[in-house]
Design a protein around this ligand. Sequence first.
Ligand SMILES: [Fe+2]
Length: 392
Amino acid sequence: MSVETVPLPLPPTLDASKVKGVDPSSIDPNSEQFKEIEQLLYKHSILVFRNAIISPERQFALAKAFDPTAENFGHGNNKIEKDKQNILNRTLRGIPRVPQVQLIGNGIVHDYEGFPGEMRLEHPSHHTWHKTHLSPEDEAAGYTRFVRWHMDAALYDLQPPRVTTLYGRVVPKGPKQIVRYDDGTGDELEVPLAATAYASGKIMFELLPRELKSVAVRGRVQYAPHPYVWVSTAKARSTALAMEAEGKEVPLDNLPPWEESKIQITPMLWKNPVTGDLHFQVHPYCVAEVFIDALPEGTSRDDALYPDGAHLTDLQEVRDLLYKMQRPAISPQFVYPHDWHENDLIVFHNRGVMHSVTGTLQPDQVRAYHQCNLAASDSPVGPDEEDMQKWV
Ligand SMILES: [Fe+2]
């Protein structure tokens, strides 16, 4: 039986689909049905299963089906909880009996999935992360911000997960809010309360002018060691797409012990294993350095940027370049803010899209979501020879 999909009301540039007639908690990873779903995921980037009732065990099994030899959560099992300096420490809690599945959310839950007693969850807020903040009056009027545009990935030692599964078990209710970009463009985006916002890495590449496409196809980024500790003392720009370069990062000598061999360098563009499309996949606030290869001999140098190649180590320069490349794709017309229904399960191509939490929640607005992604068994693949010839 073929799997039925229904397009979601998306910006025309971001493909995603609602999957009908499939129970995601009982998919056999070896079945034809799973193979079809896997193809659909890489083709559409985001799959939504409505009315899914899925245990943490089955959610882990579903994530694992996309990468059968992957075993551990994308940041390692039970690691973030012990690392107080990590910026994710306040928001992720590994479910005790299935530590690959993280509880995220807001408000108070009781005796939840093996967590004893009362537990307070904290919705990520731009107040703890951005350099500038909305005023109380703006927030009362329904304005909010993106919190952090990112992929789910440790970016040190562990490989970026192929997919993330996100299950909305308790969904907060309330009026829509308006994301304000506050970057001088006047851009705003109306979003359902606490929507997860998605932007396509494929579109991010396609929107680039020719000369930046050439940089992207020749470019690699190097992430800082323990990047989520490294940026913990810095502040983000108002669009949540980059950090301000103010020299506030934790000095490398003050980080937890790290090894050169575990530092990650990845291509700027990651090749979709099913469609062959190139997705611009860079986790902007964890990048420390950029490498750009020289143009191959015989290539036209007209209007070319970095024709002789470059190694950028100045954080302002690194961040300004990446921001110029990534900002167009988070413009309102390209962003899909998912309107969560209780028991929605989203599976998204974590190597093909960026996402951000949005919204401002009050302490009594309970949100309990289960997130599972797994440190991958392989590294992302960059552009091939044909891509280089086409875009360089
Ligand atoms: Fe995430």
